[in-house]
Write a protein that binds this ligand. Structure first.
Ligand code: FIX
Ligand code: ZN
Length: 417
């Protein structure tokens, strides 16, 4: 039987931006790191206008544009906090920062006035969450969001222990920060649940059993931890021993990647709480030693310092068990996303994961992914234009294939490998 293959037509260089724009907007991405929660985990999930306005990024900006002190602000109710931020950043000043413009973009995408807080509140109050999630994911152009799930969070763990229902729109992740970064404060929680544990980590048997039980319960797509700019590996420390003798073996046992998000200077200003974290340049030789010393493990790595981005790309060229992902937190601004994404394409082709939203409030996926698409159109178009100028045109189907790899395939391959 003859198969007629439709000849693939090359895209004219002048048409590249439009075709890339169409294909980016037609594609549905996987959001590989968020702080969203599936509804079956109870009221952990944040959504609606008051949560959008009181995002910790905007709380940090409030204190630069208002005389309110953190003590006065944190004594307010959620609605009063939102009103204070709305007044300072959206009325008395123009919302031109990335996070403030994001709230405007969400309201506009939902067909709401971008200057009427009361109307917005009425709209969100009338939404049914499950249908709202579908609409928001559609507007954000994502099919799934990967969560951040903490087995030692007393507000979250019981929902899992009581058999929280699965939701195909959300993928769990086993988050390890309390174990790896705050063991002295949390080992007793393991012990109280019947897992052998002590402050010195004289044995990892209990931790391994804890991890195995939670992998079976949660069925995470990867394990994850945020790490300080001072992170070292190997290290003769509790964290060093737990990573080497508990986490890495558990990831191998259950064939799970380990996500390392490195470079946080925690609580440089504790007075502003979640907004109080800063950034520091890390020594990525720790990543080098993990990738080379434990080659059977797969790593997802995001680094917070702009100064670490180029060396992360170089390490990704050296280690095929290293998958760089996202422009994280203080990097998720178009001016920096452009620089990082261009150097990744130049050094890694399409073998990386360009972005995650890190959304903490549901509707943020709308603006964070629209911004990503808006920033990526000229970058991808330019990469194809350079290729054409050097003698190789591309077809729409190839552009579609590349976008699918960048925003779905690389991650799906990594978690299923
Ligand atoms: O550790 C993390 O997952 C960070 O993304 C968060 O702690 C941080 O507060 C955040 O939401 C950044 O976007
Ligand atoms: Zn995060």
């Amino acid at each position: 039987m003859t198969t007629t293959t439709i000849p693939q037509v090359s895209v004219a260089p002048a048409d590249l931006p439009a075709v890339v724009d169409q294909e980016l907007n037609a594609a549905r991405f996987i959001d590989v790191h968020t702080h969203l929660f599936m509804p079956s985990l109870g009221n952990l999930g944040l959504w609606g206008i008051d949560e959008l306005i009181t995002y910790h990024y905007l709380e940090a900006e409030l204190f630069r544009s208002s005389t309110i002190t953190p003590r006065e602000y944190f004594a307010l109710s959620k609605r009063e906090k939102a009103k204070a931020i709305w007044k300072a950043l959206f009325v008395e000043n123009t919302p031109v920062s990335e996070a403030a413009r994001g709230v405007v973009a969400v309201l506009h995408a939902l067909g709401l006035s971008t200057s009427d807080l009361g109307e917005a509140r009425e709209f969100f109050a009338s939404q049914s969450l499950d249908r709202h999630i579908d609409r928001v994911f559609e507007l954000g152009g994502i099919s799934e969001a990967v969560m951040t799930n903490d087995p030692l969070d007393p507000d979250e763990a019981p929902a899992w222990e009581n058999g929280a229902g699965r939701d195909a729109r959300f993928h769990p992740v086993l988050r390890l920060d309390r174990i790896l970064n705050k063991w002295p404060d949390h080992w007793r929680a393991l012990e109280s649940k019947g897992y052998q544990a002590d402050e010195r980590v004289s044995s990892v048997t209990g931790v391994r059993r804890f991890l195995a039980d939670w992998v079976k319960r949660m069925q995470p797509v990867y394990m994850a931890v945020s790490l300080p700019d001072t992170f070292e590996f190997p290290e003769d420390s509790i964290r060093g021993r737990l990573i080497e003798h508990a986490i890495l073996p558990a990831c191998r046992e259950f064939n799970l990647p380990l996500s390392l998000m490195i470079g946080v200077r925690y609580q440089v200003n504790p007075a502003i709480r979640l907004a109080g974290d800063g950034v520091g340049k890390a020594d990525l030789r720790a990543v080098e030693r993990l990738c080379s010393g434990f080659p059977s493990n797969r790593y997802l790595v995001s680094v917070l310092s702009r100064e670490n981005q180029h060396e992360l790309c170089v390490y990704a060229r050296k280690f095929s068990n290293l998958m760089p992902f996202g422009c994280w937190w203080f990097l998720n601004n178009p001016s920096i996303v452009e620089e990082i994404t261009r150097e990744r394409i130049e050094m890694l082709g399409t073998s990386f994961i360009p972005q995650h939203s890190d959304a903490r409030v549901l509707e943020q996926v709308i603006y964070k992914w629209r911004n990503t698409r808006r920033t990526l159109v000229p970058i991808l178009a330019k990469a194809y234009a350079l290729l054409a100028a050097d003698g190789r045109a591309v077809t729409r189907e190839e552009i579609r294939r590349d976008i699918a790899r960048l925003f779905r395939g690389n991650f799906e391959k990594w978690i299923a490998a």
